[in-house]
Design a protein around this ligand. Structure first.
Ligand code: CA
Length: 230
């Protein structure tokens, strides 16, 4: 996870950095103190999320927001001392995704960042692989999230759908346990053990008419992951 903080208060930068690192120990946090540098940094660093202060020394944060939105859909959270409704609305109108008024709780900030990251991963999930994926008698429509087996619709839970989509779009290749967990459950640090994954795969196989002991769609690669047979 990479975050960009556009903020001129060093204490606040430090606190945000600590909060993000506590939640995402592997995260990269870039900070700049000026608006213009912030716009450049969005382009240069491609962050996953931007935390933007409205009161900046060189430009108004709302201008910075506007500039960023001309070329990027990166999730942006505004932080500001301004609490007037008009600023809040203006920020959202200009394309901010969320808004926190100083002083705010760092746990709250982390929760908001998390929500945005999850939303983005779900959105990308639905659109990344085009529209229809067909493997033999199986058809997956990634826009409507419908799955058909020999032309008949099959009902999957959201997790089963994501598992299937991830495996089928990598058909012929092994998808590791770790990749499956991160694609299906997102960035959330939930404990998804191999056993839990096994259970989900078991039910997915059942719905696909696959036999647990000699599956011919979802092949177990022991100790590594799963491979969807082409
Ligand atoms: Ca400021």
């Amino acid at each position: 996870m990479k975050a960009l903080i556009i903020e001129d208060d060093p204490n606040l930068i430090k606190a945000v950095l600590l909060a993000l690192r506590a939640r995402w120990p592997q995260s990269t946090v870039v900070s700049v103190a000026e608006g213009n540098k912030g716009v450049e940094a969005v382009e240069a660093e491609s962050p996953d999320v931007v935390i933007l202060d409205l009161g900046l020394p060189d430009t108004d944060g709302l201008d910075v927001l506007h500039q960023i939105r001309l070329f990027s859909n990166v999730p942006i959270i505004i932080i500001t001392v301004r609490s007037e409704e008009i600023d809040r609305l203006r920020g959202l109108e200009l394309g901010a995704d969320d808004y926190l008024v100083k002083p705010f709780s760092y746990l709250e900030l982390v929760a908001r960042v998390n929500a945005l990251l999850r939303r983005v991963s779900v959105d990308n999930f639905g659109t990344s692989a085009g529209t229809t994926l067909t493997i033999g008698d199986l058809t997956i429509n990634s826009n409507s999230q419908e799955v058909f087996l020999e032309g008949n619709p099959i009902k999957l839970t959201p997790i089963q759908y994501r598992l299937l989509h991830c495996l089928a779009s990598n058909a012929g290749h092994v998808v590791t346990h770790a990749t499956l967990v991160s694609k299906v459950w997102g960035d959330e640090e939930v404990e998804i053990g191999d056993d839990s994954l096994k259970v989900h795969i078991h039910y997915l196989r059942k719905k696909l008419g696959d036999k647990t002991w000699s599956p011919d769609r979802i092949i177990t690669v022991p100790g590594v992951g799963y491979r969807f047979k082409k």
